[in-house]
Ligand binder design. Structure first.
Ligand code: FES
Length: 145
């Protein structure tokens, strides 16, 4: 059965935004997807609590690339507290949907952003857990679709 992808998903898959890495990143997060074993790395540049730049790299499928591309666009220029509230659901909605069996791919982007924010908070001596909740370790990334 052929899978239906929205034009937005195809656009972000074919022309992903913010791919790469930031050498002097203020926060770096790496997570893995328990369902498929794919991994994602997210880099954040933060100034005065604002995300001034964000880049990602993934060994993930097309849906992971599209959701990460969209997620990075959605948090760029945002306050870190707002960025921490970004859910995979909101990203999927912004992409006008994903096939149900690909929803788990969108979790990678959300978790990688949270992991990068946690890294940032830790570098400032702040416990990230009360702000971000528990960040699952890379190999047991939580699936909520
Ligand atoms: Fe692994 Fe999509 S199948 S991230």
């Amino acid at each position: 059965m052929a899978m239906e992808y929205s034009e937005k998903v195809m656009d972000h898959f074919m022309n992903p935004r913010n791919v790469g890495e930031i050498e002097d990143a203020d926060g770096v997060g790496e997570v893995g997807n328990a369902k498929c074993g794919d991994i994602m790395k997210m880099y954040l540049k933060i100034e005065d609590d604002i995300i001034t730049d964000v880049k990602f790299k993934t060994f993930g499928c097309g849906s992971a690339i599209a959701t990460s591309s969209m997620a990075t666009e959605m948090i760029k220029g945002k306050n870190i507290k707002e960025a921490a509230k970004l859910t995979n659901k909101a990203v999927v909605e912004a992409l006008e949907g994903l096939p149900k069996i690909k929803i788990h791919c969108s979790v990678l982007a959300e978790q990688a952003i949270k992991a990068a924010l946690a890294d940032y908070y830790k570098s400032k001596g702040i416990d990230p857990e009360p702000i971000l909740g528990k960040i699952p370790p890379a190999e047991s990334c939580h699936i909520h679709d």
